[in-house]
Unconditional design. Sequence first.
Length: 164
Amino acid sequence: MSTINLSLGVRLSSEATPAIPADRIIIAAVVEWRGRIAMFRRSRNLGHDGGRWHCITGFLEAGATPEQQALEELFEETGLQAKDLLDLRRGPDVVIPDGSGTPWLVHTFTALTSQRRLTIDWEHDSYRWTAPHKAKRFANRVGWLDNVLAATGHYPNAVPTPQT
């Protein structure tokens, strides 16, 4: 599998992926229903990104595959179980630098569901369904969300073109 390094704008082979500590490896899952995506507003009770819109995320726990972690996070944060999913599509891995330039490895997914109603947990205080191209209208979204939506194909042509 290749990795898109968004700080460099290039697609890297697995062997060329920079060494990223385990505490900086996450999954990011975009929930999709009938062509719309769910935007989740983080609870203001959280110390990180409170009140900002994003997708489902979680740290990759030791011993879990990215797919297993994605399913766990989807269940915890939306109530969706594997039986509620029409498909769990693996997107490319992306390397996204944080505000201080430290790289994070993000395993991306699209979770296609037949369920319109979600049961959000304490990490969120709201969610909204929107057309993917309208996600940019959520002005208070986390900065990396556009990278994840591009990687999963929800923003076509937004991922930097690999340089040869």
